[in-house]
Write a protein that binds this ligand. Structure first.
Ligand code: 8Y7
Length: 279
């Protein structure tokens, strides 16, 4: 997958480590302390085998409050700049805002992870101008209300059609197919049955001809299945990640980088991704 200046090698599955820069995650001690804590967390995830660090400054949980453009830039730009300078690694910016996309890429972000699939006005143009890679994710509704009454006639067909239309919109805006990946958006306007059907039918998304990214880490679908609270969902998340990679996913977004890399190592050795490479 081509990114802004680098190329992401997807001859083997890769792990994207989640780095939250919301005040609730790295709050006490002010902005410099928050930045240093975020950089240290990135360093740890890279040591554990992450190939991408996904930096986000807006909570997408249902009911979360809106964050202004200026505040989101204040949260993510210093962190991205520091991580790129220190480690030279691939950073993606988790945002729906065109201004944040520009600001993040100016300090070295290589990829845009947009849960709104570049549907915010100006986002398609911003992403095209940066030259960054883009993850296009499916969501029904908006974060605030998406879990109120998710409804589908055929969830797999509807997600596939949406992603196919957004890929076409990206290509029309000048973002080459080789810069895109797609994501069914587990938990984004979906009930448990929808999430399970999508995971089961994940190979269908491979027909779009671009890499598939999945994020299941610690999500409520795992809690619904196991009864476990958010801190006890690692085993369920690893099972889901392994099933996704066996069904063709090439990027796994997770909080639990070390465990996910270990699990994907086993998948790789058995499923013919070759050896001697870390996920
Ligand atoms: C996803 C995501 C979140 C996901 C992609 C969470 C930002 C909720 N989930 N981005 N973001 N895919 N591409 O639980 O599934 O991590 S936020």
């Amino acid at each position: 997958m081509r990114l802004r200046t680098q190329v992401l090698d997807l001859s083997r599955p890769r792990v994207m480590g989640i780095l939250n820069c919301t005040p609730d995650s790295f709050s006490d001690g002010g902005r410099f302390a928050a930045r240093d804590a975020a950089v240290a967390h990135a360093e740890q995830m890279l040591a554990e085998g992450a190939g991408i660090i996904d930096v986000g400054g807006e909570s997408t949980r249902p009911g979360a409050q809106d964050v202004s453009v200026a505040e989101e830039i204040r949260r993510v730009v210093p962190v991205i700049e520091a991580i790129v300078k220190r480690f030279g690694c691939i950073v993606s910016v988790d945002t729906v805002k065109p201004e944040v996309m520009h600001a993040a890429c100016r300090v070295g972000a290589e990829m845009i992870n947009d849960i709104a699939a570049l549907r915010v006005p100006g986002a398609l143009e911003a992403a095209a101008q940066t030259g960054a890679g883009v993850c296009i994710m499916h969501m029904q509704g908006e974060p605030r209300t998406m879990q109120d009454a998710p409804h589908y006639v055929d969830v797999v067909e509807e997600v596939q059609t949406f992603l196919s239309e957004r890929v076409a919109a990206c290509v029309a805006a000048g973002i080459g197919r080789d810069r895109l990946c797609v994501d069914p958006g587990f938990g984004f306007g979906k009930r448990l049955v929808h999430n399970l059907r999508l995971l089961s039918a994940l190979p269908v998304l491979g027909d779009l001809g671009v890499p598939v990214l999945v994020g299941v880490s610690r999500k409520s679908m795992l809690g619904e299945l196991t009864g476990e609270p958010v801190g006890q969902r690692l085993a369920a998340g690893l099972a889901a990640a392994v099933m996704a990679v066996e069904r063709g996913a090439l990027i796994v977004r997770t909080h639990d980088v070390r465990a996910t890399c270990d699990a994907l190592r086993v998948v790789m050795e058995v499923s013919g991704f070759g050896s001697n490479n870390k996920p």
